[in-house]
Design a protein around this ligand. Structure first.
Ligand code: ZN
Length: 223
């Protein structure tokens, strides 16, 4: 356990001075606020324990805590007359590799990079992200944000520990266009704070870093 705490402190220090550009160590990924983006990649061999998410739509998996939270969110949406549908959850490194290559072949690298993550840099590999859609639809586009379903997700996802990861107007920070359909599990505490500050995870992680790391260390030492 001491080793784990030490590695988290080392990770914190690396992030604090901005020198952390390499892959995050896989052993730290079971936390809720690990940042995965173009600068913070997962290794080829990282594959979390996942299970099937129960709900309408495609057969997809997530990490157990994220899956349970998503099922709870879908049930709450339904109680409000909103039916959400599962589109895409956990993706292995090799699956992401195939998706990215296909996009690159059809649209060119620049266009592919705006909408698709290079292998290792997708949150879907964490098993903590899900793309959701309206019932009977698997279309993922920005119009989802203007539908009753999209508005419900935007207003309520944080109550279940999810954030809209790629916010409108923050493409320069996140590296991705607005994706109202992509929810990332971060746990209720962080989701609530992220919802309140309205900032992308990248900015939250730097603005609240000490608090976040205190929380991580606290969590680890209480195992
Ligand atoms: Zn997604």
């Amino acid at each position: 356990m001491l080793g784990k705490v030490v590695s988290i402190i080392a990770l914190s220090a690396a992030l604090l001075d901005g020198s952390m550009k390499a892959a995050l160590p896989d052993k730290n990924i079971d936390g809720n606020v690990f940042l995965v983006n173009r600068q913070h990649a997962l290794s080829k061999v990282y594959s979390p324990a996942v299970r099937k998410v129960i709900g309408p739509g495609m057969s997809q998996s997530m990490r157990d805590d994220a899956a349970a939270a998503l099922e709870e969110m879908f049930a709450a949406a339904k109680a409000d007359g909103i039916t959400l549908s599962i589109v895409s959850g956990y993706r292995s490194y090799s699956k992401q590799s195939t998706i990215y290559s296909r996009k690159k072949a059809s649209q060119g690298q620049e266009a592919a990079d705006r909408v698709s993550a290079r292998p290792g840099t997708s949150e879907h590999q964490l098993g903590m992200a899900m793309d959701v859609a309206r019932k009977g639809s698997s279309q993922l586009n920005t119009k989802f944000g203007t539908t009753a379903e999209g508005k419900w997700v935007s207003a309520n996802a944080h109550r279940f520990g999810f954030i809209i990861r790629y916010l409108e107007d923050y493409e320069d920070v996140t590296g991705y266009m607005y994706e109202p359909w992509h929810v990332r599990y971060v746990g209720k505490e962080h989701a609530q704070r992220l919802y309140e500050c309205g900032l992308p995870m990248e900015m939250y992680m730097s603005g609240f870093k000490l608090e976040v790391y205190d929380y991580l260390i606290h969590q680890v030492t209480n195992e």
